[in-house]
Design a protein around this ligand. Sequence first.
Ligand code: ACO
Length: 328
Amino acid sequence: MGIRILGIGSYVPEKVLTNFDLEKMVDTSDEWIKTRTGIEQRRIAAAEQATSDLACGAAAKALEAAGIKAEELDAIIVASITVDQIFPSTACILQKKLGAKNAFCFDLEAACSGLLYALEVANSLLTANKKYKKILVIGAEKLSSIVDWEDRSTCVLFGDGAGALVLGKCRNTEENCIVASNLGSDGHYTDILQIPAGGSRLPASAETIANRQHYLAMAGSEVFKCAVTAMVHSCKKVLKEAGIAAEEVRWLVPHQANYRILRAVAGRLGIPETGVYMNVSRYGNTSAASIGLCLDEIARGGLAKPGDYLLLTAFGGGLTWASILLKW
Ligand code: ACO
C-alpha cells in the first residue's frame, strides 16, 4: 500500500560562518560567492561534534514529530560522506545515542543523493516486508571536516547539518507519499568529485597528508554541467512515470548545491522560480543533509498542504542522481 512520512526533523550547528568571515581566511569575496553560488552563510559544527551528533539532533526532532519512541524503530539508515569513522557505521553509533535497541542499522553512501537513495531503500523495505513497520532515514554531514580550508574553490561551498524522516507503512493506498522515483549512477565520473586518499586504494600516509589528498576535490564546472543534465533528465522520467505535468508540482526541492544549478534545472523543467524551494543562501551545500533540511522547513512552516506534489531531486559524487515525486 506504500509508505507515509510520520515525522520530519533537522538540526544545524550553532556556529555561523559568513562570506565575510571567509574573506579573512582565503582570497575570495562576498560578492564572488553570492553571484556564483547564492550562498551567504553556512553552519559549522563544533570540534567535539561528529556527524552522529548532528544526526542525533535531527532524529530526536523527527521522532518527536512522529510521536514515537526510538525503541519502535525497525531500521536506521544514515546517508553521509562524512561518517564518524570508517567503521563501525555512524548508524550504529547513532542507534546507541537514540536508544533504538530494536533497529538494524547501516550507512549508505551516495554523496548528495544519499537521502533520496535512503528513502528508496526504506520504501522498498517497508512495502516488501511485513515485519518492518517504522524506519528512520537521515542525511547528515560534517563537511567542514573534509573541506580544505586553504582551497577557495571548494571551501566557500559547503556547510554542516542533518535532516531526518521517520517513515511508516500506509493504512490505505491514498496515504502513499512516494508516487514515483528514478535513481541512477555513472561510475565513469568518479574522479570529478572525490576524496582521493584514506581508503584501501591510497591509505593514509605522511605523503597523502602532505599532498592534501584527504580533502574533498572537485572539478567544479564539469560537475555543474553533469548536475543540470542528470537532474533534469531524472525529474522528467519521474514526472512521466507519475503522469504529472511540471505545472502541477507545488515545490521543486533540489539538492542545495548552487542557486545557478537550481535555477537552470527549474528553467529546463518549466517550473517558475517561485516554485523552487531554496535555502542554499543560509546553509550552503550540506550534501546528503540538504533535502532533509528543506523538507523540515516546508513541514514546520506549513508551506505545503495535503495532496501537494513535491519533486525532490539530487545529484552528487559517484556520480549519483535521484528524483522522487512525493505526495504531501
Ligand atoms: N573566490 C574568488 N574567486 C574564485 C573562487 C572564490 N571562492 N573560487 C574560484 N575562483 C576563481 C577561479 O580561480 C577562476 O579564476 P580564473 O578565471 O582566474 O582561473 C574563476 O573564479 C572562475 O572559476 P570557475 O570554476 O570557472 O567558476 P564557476 O563559475 O564554474 O563557479 C563553482 C565555481 C561555484 C564551484 C561552480 O562550478 C559549481 O557550483 N559547481 C558545482 C558544484 C556542485 O554542485 N557540487 C555538487 C556536488 S557536491 C558533493 O557531491 C559532495
